[in-house]
Design a protein around this ligand. Structure first.
Ligand SMILES: [Zn+2]
Length: 352
């Protein structure tokens, strides 16, 4: 194992950030290579814990000589966001200085243009340098996993159509409860990687066998536990074994049996008016159109001071807000439905 650091000097004097990078060299040049990073949204820590346990397994595998393909892991990819708190709380998702999402504005380049990402890095801001260095590193691999989490959430992933259903092995290995098939039209890290993989020549590729770019949502923000993280590390290990990146002949492949739904099938349940949220239903439950999902106390103490929010379509509750007060229009839940119900959705991500 080789341990190096991405070093990002600050935009003001006297500051420098460091993100450790762990690299394992595979013994088989024909085996695929894999890149994983966690906590690009700095306050999403399940992936940090999973990477920690996975690295423990990989060190043992290296000692046993069972690593076949090159593996790169950056277990805490965003030291800049990690340091940004205000009023006692880590922001994590947005850079406080520029108000930009740490997982947006990744440059969309073709794979052949990879080196342009790090040209003139010194002229760019610290956050841009970090983003470009992470993307440049990732694009040196065949398979790229970006480990995130949602608010209160099932285990699910965003996977571009171009990598599906080949990526069902990852969904099975991590025991995912849903897969959201994305359309590759945003500037999120995973979609910038997917963009490069799809643009390897003259024509844009519709499928890219042997490649993968995925955003894994490792349940909710508070789902950070030793047993859970160790099981997910075992899941990632099984995925690596299935792809021939580590040797583990005892493992047998499992099939993914959960739903795989396009983003147009995801009902974003919103609060129509502000209020205190009383949820009636939880993640993992299936609902029918008309089922009451939540009561909002809009005018506390008044006889008619509540409204109810109902499901508009049948589906599986994949995520739920951890907030208990909703501003007008806030997202309360994501429900994965059986058919396309979003005719108004622009291509790209579900949330800002
Ligand atoms: Zn995230």
């Amino acid at each position: 194992m080789e341990r190096t650091e991405i070093i990002i000097s600050g935009d003001t004097a006297g500051i420098e950030w460091r993100a450790p990078v762990f690299r394992f060299k595979g013994s088989d040049a024909t085996a695929p290579s894999v890149y994983m990073q966690a906590a690009l949204h700095a306050n999403e820590l399940p992936g940090v814990a999973v990477a920690h346990f996975l690295l423990e397994k990989l060190r043992a595998a290296e000692a046993a000589g069972t690593i076949r393909g090159d593996i790169t892991v950056i277990p805490q990819a965003n030291p800049i966001g990690l340091a940004q708190s205000h009023f006692g709380e880590m922001e994590g998702r947005f850079d406080l200085g520029t108000r930009t999402n740490f997982n947006r504005d990744f440059p969309l380049v073709a794979l052949a243009e990879r080196e342009t990402l790090i040209a003139d890095l010194d002229r760019r801001s610290a956050v841009d340098r970090l983003k470009r260095t992470l993307l440049h590193t990732a694009l040196g691999h065949d398979l790229v996993l970006d480990l995130h989490c949602d608010d209160e959430s099932l285990q699910y992933a965003y996977i571009d159509d171009a990598f599906w259903p080949e990526a069902a092995d990852l969904a099975a290995a991590l025991d995912m409860q849903a897969v959201f098939l994305s359309d590759g039209e945003s500037t999120a890290f995973e979609e910038a990687v997917g963009h490069a993989f799809k643009h390897q020549g003259e024509e844009k590729l519709k499928t890219v066998p042997g490649r993968l770019s995925v955003t894994v949502e490792l349940r909710g923000r508070r789902d950070v536990y030793a047993g859970m993280a160790a099981r997910d590390a075992d899941g990632l290990w099984a995925f690596l074994a299935g792809r021939g990146i580590v040797a583990d002949p005892a493992l047998t492949a499992r099939a993914y049996t959960g739903p795989a739904v396009p983003l147009d099938n995801i009902e974003m349940v919103k609060a129509p008016t502000p209020g205190t949220i009383l949820f009636h239903r939880d993640i993992g439950e299936t609902v029918r159109a008309g089922d009451i999902l939540a009561t909002l106390i809009t005018r506390p103490g008044e006889a008619d001071g509540t409204i109810t929010v109902a499901a508009r379509h049948d589906g599986l509750i994949a995520t739920r807000s951890s907030a208990r007060y909703a501003r007008r229009g806030d997202d309360l839940m994501k429900i994965a439905g059986h058919e396309a119900t979003r005719r108004d959705r622009k291509p790209g991500t579900l949330e800002d």
